[in-house]
Ligand binder design. Structure first.
Ligand SMILES: NC(=O)c1ccc[n+]([C@@H]2O[C@H](COP(=O)([O-])OP(=O)(O)OC[C@H]3O[C@@H](n4cnc5c(N)ncnc54)[C@H](OP(=O)(O)O)[C@@H]3O)[C@@H](O)[C@H]2O)c1
Length: 241
């Protein structure tokens, strides 16, 4: 899984491990990644921490090639620079597209290639889960690039699902509302922003990480064997109104 060193990715790794998965954890920060791997091993799980900048496609492909077998991919790494549309610099545009779209696409391609190479591959199947956002379904101020990238991955989810279904590889998205993570800490620390976000959520609160990790575990499991090409909104009703 990508972006496993902190936030939603770290908690998802722990939840997948509790459900019995053997994990390969990727991110750029060795110390944080090792911390997550140690938590998993200490509770009896199995995890390998690999430092990798997934925007570097050749680095990522080398990592995937070194693996024996992959059954599930959680494409979680993502960034967001909230700012007004008219102030988006080319650098911020490129960074968000490079990680949220380009790397997500190329990581998916490399991992699915590995899944397709597995002996007895139809029976093995596979599951890809893209972490998008409610912002992949709606628009919001100061989020033009983020919304654009997350809408892109919602499209990728559907198209991959249709094309890979004959190989028994399921592709789905989870689309959370605001959660407390290092990414959102600076926005949610602003009481005005926090109140605005909560006012948009009919259930009246920010999401908890376990409310998303459970959905990812479900989509990765055989309990979701007929589910592909969908996006599970975990948004407290944000997009229902
Ligand atoms: N938090 C929310 O409210 C929320 C809501 C909806 C959707 N999401 C989505 O959920 C996902 C996780 O968000 P989060 O809030 O947990 O973010 P976060 O706390 O900022 O964590 C992002 C993760 O991505 C990794 N990462 C960033 N750039 C990378 C790169 N080039 N190569 C490899 N790994 C990289 C980071 O690790 P390193 O820095 O160690 O590389 C970190 O592990 C994102 O896709 C985000 O868009 C979040």
């Amino acid at each position: 899984m990508t972006g496993a060193s902190r936030g939603l990715g770290a908690e998802t790794a722990i939840a997948l491990s509790s459900a019995g998965a053997e994990l390969v954890l990727l991110s750029r920060n060795r110390a944080a990644l090792d911390g997550v791997a140690q938590r998993i091993v200490a509770s009896g799980g199995r995890a390998k921490a690999l430092v990798c900048d997934i925007t570097n496609a050749s680095q990522f492909r080398t990592v995937v090639d070194s693996m024996e077998r992959l059954d599930v991919l959680v494409n979680n790494a993502g960034i967001n620079f909230p700012e007004p549309f008219m102030e988006v610099s080319e650098d911020h545009l490129d960074q968000q597209i490079a990680l949220n779209v380009r790397a997500t696409f190329l990581v998916s391609q490399a991992v699915v290639r590995k899944m397709l190479e597995a002996p007895n591959r139809h029976a093995c199947g596979g599951a890809v889960i893209h972490v998008t956002s409610q912002m992949g379904h709606v628009g919001s101020p100061r989020r033009t690039v983020y919304c654009m990238t997350k809408h892109a991955i919602e499209g990728l989810t559907k198209a991959m699902a249709v094309e890979l279904a004959p190989h028994n590889i399921r592709v789905n998205a989870v689309a959370p509302t605001f959660l407390e993570t290092p990414m959102t800490a600076p926005f949610l620390a602003n009481p005005e922003f926090r109140d605005w976000a909560i006012s948009k959520i009919p259930l009246g609160r920010i999401g908890r990480l376990e409310e998303v990790t459970g959905a990812i575990v479900f989509l990765a499991s055989s309990a979701a064997s007929l589910i592909t090409g969908t996006s599970l909104l975990i948004d407290g009703g944000w997009t229902a109104q």
